[in-house]
Design a protein around this ligand. Structure first.
Ligand SMILES: [Zn+2]
Length: 364
């Protein structure tokens, strides 16, 4: 196939100096940051993707993207992180046993050290999405990172909640996929594999349940991430090019992160996957337990049609507001869902202005 948008292109951010900053985690993974620089001054913004997207979801050339919008609106030094959930790295394409605790303890502290080595003590804001948002708030509220001026956390935070069908999938799918079907991961691009391969056949079966469009990757994403037709976004919110390259923008993922999400859904809050794991004893078992002491303001955001994490962030705001009244904020975007809050074609009109407004108030 010939792609209209090349994989991992940086063309969506013209007029910036781009550089890659590799770093390693204490548990031995190689990760990376991308820097989009116009001027090394003022507040720094670090942008964090979800599972299993990458920096690419914030630099899409088919429409005005978040990084470009930030650069054009006074934030002249923007960074995107590719941590172990990124499809720019190979770590999701295996039957791994990583959890969001590993990410909270190992990925963000190492990323912020690498960033601070370049930007010094300038103010740093974080914008995070999906399980990037959940795991970054775990890192912050669990005391693994500090010195962050503000956080924008989209779709889910410290109280992940999912629709009933998603909960059933979370309960059954990991063991069924790993031990019965023997798949190490799910890949939205399976439809592009050769005829009669197992992945392609699996993708054809999923197609049968998704008449809403003719894009097999879109159907796989609905199976992988939520409850809806489609689940991740409104078709009306996406540029046609974005929809057509869904399989490129989201990668494959193993199943173990789902187990951690299920544990949190059952607990009603972000909790450690294995409280007995000695490697992780620096982290709390309950990430909300120390919330009163965390003074970093968090803007929780979500669409009102979120078919992945439902009303998680509305509930999270209620919980945090009860603990620290007025410290944290909530914005709900009408007509938007989970992923289109960042990847929609009109986000620069409907979403990004409220995020900039929050950042400007925190940086004042
Ligand atoms: Zn679709």
């Amino acid at each position: 196939m010939t792609r209209t948008v090349p994989l991992f292109t940086l063309d969506g951010v013209p007029d910036a100096r781009t550089s890659t900053h590799p770093f390693s985690t204490q548990d031995g993974l190689g990760l990376s940051l991308l820097r989009f620089l116009r001027e090394p001054a003022g507040d720094v913004v670090l942008v964090v993707h979800g599972l299993t997207t990458s920096s690419d979801m914030f630099i899409m050339p088919e429409h005005v993207n978040l990084v470009r919008y930030l650069l054009d609106n006074g934030y002249t030094d923007v960074w995107t992180l590719d941590y172990r959930m990124s499809n720019r790295h190979p770590y999701n394409r295996s039957m791994h046993r990583h959890t969001m605790d590993d990410i909270a303890l190992y990925d963000y502290p190492a990323a912020l050290r690498a960033l601070r080595a370049e930007v010094g003590d300038r103010r740093v804001h974080v914008i995070a999405h999906c399980l990037g948002s959940v795991s970054f708030l775990m890192s912050l509220f669990g005391g693994a990172v500090d010195g962050v001026t503000s956080v924008i956390a989209n779709s889910a935070g410290l109280t992940p909640r999912v629709p009933a069908w998603s909960r059933l999938k979370l309960t059954v799918a990991p063991a069924f996929m790993e031990y019965v079907l023997g798949f190490p991961y799910l890949d939205p691009r399976w439809s592009e594999e050769p005829p009669f391969t197992r992945g392609r056949l699996f993708s054809r079966v999923v197609d049968a349940f998704h008449p809403e469009c003719d894009q097999p990757a879109c159907h796989m994403l609905s199976l992988m991430w939520g409850t809806g037709w489609p689940a991740l976004y409104g078709h009306d919110k996406l540029h046609a090019v974005t929809h057509a390259r869904s399989g490129d923008l989201y990668g494959a993922t193993g199943f173990h992160y789902y187990r951690h999400v299920l544990k949190m859904v059952r607990a009603g809050r972000a909790v450690k996957y294995d409280p007995g794991d000695a490697r992780l004893r620096a982290l709390p078992d309950d990430y909300l337990a120390g919330a009163a002491a965390i003074t970093t303001p968090v803007l929780l955001t979500t669409g009102d049609r979120n078919h992945v994490f439902a009303d998680s962030n509305i509930v999270c705001h209620d919980r945090l507001n009860a603990i620290a009244p007025g410290r944290h904020e909530l914005v709900v975007y009408p007509g938007y869902g989970h992923q289109d809050v960042f990847m929609g074609r009109n986000c620069h009109q409907d979403v990004f202005p409220s995020m900039i407004d929050f950042l400007k108030r925190q940086g004042a």
